[in-house]
Design a protein around this ligand. Structure first.
Ligand code: GCO
Length: 457
């Protein structure tokens, strides 16, 4: 069977991680600008210049064409469009993204646009941010302004990237911007308003787009995969993936069930440590908007097996991964077989892998090239597993590698390198890595080069 003929072979980035131009052309301040300015990021790094994509976008589009990308997942910086977060629209910001989208289309690269990838306007943070009951409307108004301008050329929209992360790390543990440590009560309000913001944004896209759009989000979550293909182990993987294990706002179903099933999960009290927040029942009808795909960022999976206790699963001890990336994340290629299979089975939507990739020890060799054999092997194994999921009947519409280029990795700054393209930050020179050339050939073959590599599900 193999990959569909119109499979979206892509790569992903995010505005704050690559653009720079933080004060250019009327852009407002984001919570990440101030978080970096306060010295919270490794080595004092910030997104002030990043990869200077704000000025080098034309060169970077040419690189995407050189690699032969069919799709490019980018994000729009909310503070570039509405410097105060709401109200007046910054024409220069819209014009920048209009030029970029037109260049992508001219290069035969389909833009997939994420509308919020963490660079929240500081002006709204100062008004209470996601605790403010107006926060869903603020987001919807911004989304409407963007889609009104770009909706005639952009068909693929993602509302929000990884609410689990920006809420969990940015508002609970304080490890990311804006560095807040909400108690569980405020956290539950922020989660709920973020889910409402997703729903209101989908409504805004439908209202502003001049033609039918394909809409989704980009959720991350802990995927569990079975130790064996025994039915009991597969059921254990389902339970581990779709139950709320412990207090905290990172659980898959806390977001996925309201967005894609229209209900909070029955075990909601587990997430909120016994406190079941009171929300307006009508809210779930707003949150549960029909969408066209299930976007998910999958980097790895934990391996589980059936157990005799009430939970019905246990994590398999020891080192089950084939290795670890430079951030210590386990490399577990079968995550791209089991993740899509379990998510498609539960939510019934076409799956799009909106992020998958690895940080590696990349630098230019003496021959001037950047040889990254482990990323090549990572890509081959993960895409082979994804191809097996498709062969087994899972509908997968696309794969966006994280990332197109090395970039600002949030609190870790520029140390981790995830790109298919190396960025020499002092000179901003780009070098396509071996993995970028390998990916080009894989795309040209529509995935035939990764068929039957023996990466079993
Ligand atoms: C995320 C974000 C990306 C990260 C990438 C590597 O998933 O955390 O969407 O912005 O840079 O995942 O950590």
């Amino acid at each position: 069977m193999g990959f569909p003929a119109d499979f979206a072979w892509g790569a992903a980035t995010a505005a704050y991680q690559i653009e720079g131009g933080s004060a250019a052309d009327g852009r407002g301040v984001s919570v990440w600008d101030s978080y970096c300015n306060d010295g919270n990021v490794e080595r004092g790094d910030s997104g002030l210049e990043a990869c200077d994509h704000y000025n080098r976008w034309s060169e970077d589009v040419a690189l995407m064409a050189e690699i032969g990308l069919k799709g490019y997942r980018m994000s729009i910086a909310w503070p570039r469009i509405m410097p105060a977060g709401t109200g007046a629209v910054n024409e220069a910001g819209l014009a920048y993204y209009e030029r970029l989208v037109d260049a992508l289309l001219a290069a035969g690269v389909t833009p997939w646009i994420t509308l919020f990838h963490w660079d929240y306007p500081r002006a709204l943070y100062l008004r209470g941010g996601w605790l403010n009951p107006d926060s869903p409307r603020w987001f919807a108004d911004y989304v409407h302004a963007v889609v009104e301008r770009l909706g005639d050329r952009v068909d693929h929209w993602l509302t929000i990237n990884e609410p689990q992360c920006f809420l969990g790390l940015g508002h609970r543990t304080g490890e990311q911007a804006p560095g807040l440590t909400y108690g569980m009560s405020d956290a539950s309000t922020a989660v709920h308003n973020t889910l409402l913001a997703h729903g209101r944004a989908v409504q805004a896209i439908r209202a502003a787009s001049p033609h039918p759009a394909r809409v989704g989000a980009a959720l991350v979550g802990k995927i569990a995969m079975p130790q064996t293909t025994a039915p009991a182990d597969i059921e254990a993987a389902r339970r581990a993936t779709f139950t709320l294990h412990r207090p905290g706002i990172g659980g898959n179903t806390l977001y996925m069930d309201p967005m894609y099933r229209g209900t909070y999960p029955d075990d909601l009290a587990v997430a909120y440590d016994g406190m079941v927040p009171m929300f307006d029942a009508d809210d779930l009808a707003v949150i549960h908007q029909p969408v066209e795909f299930f976007g998910t960022n999958i980097y790895s999976a934990e391996v589980v097996r059936a157990s005799d206790d009430a939970r019905g699963y246990e994590q398999v001890p020891g080192h089950t991964a084939i290795g670890y990336n430079t951030l210590g994340w386990p490399v577990q290629p079968e995550c791209l077989y089991w993740g899509p299979r379990l998510l498609h089975e539960r939510y019934g939507l076409p799956v799009v892998i909106t992020e998958n990739g690895m940080a590696a020890h990349d630098w230019p060799s003496l021959d001037g090239a950047v040889h990254d054999p482990q990323r090549v092997d990572f890509l081959a194994r993960h895409l082979s597993a994804l191809g097996r999921a498709i062969d087994d009947g899972v509908t997968v519409d696309g794969y966006f590698h994280w990332s197109l280029m090395d970039n600002f990795e949030w609190s870790l700054g520029y140390r981790p390198r995830f790109g298919l393209v190396y960025v020499d930050y002092p000179t901003q020179r780009r070098i396509v890595k071996d993995s970028g050339r390998w990916y080009r050939d894989c795309i040209a073959s529509n995935g035939a080069t990764v068929a039957d590599l023996g990466v079993s599900g």
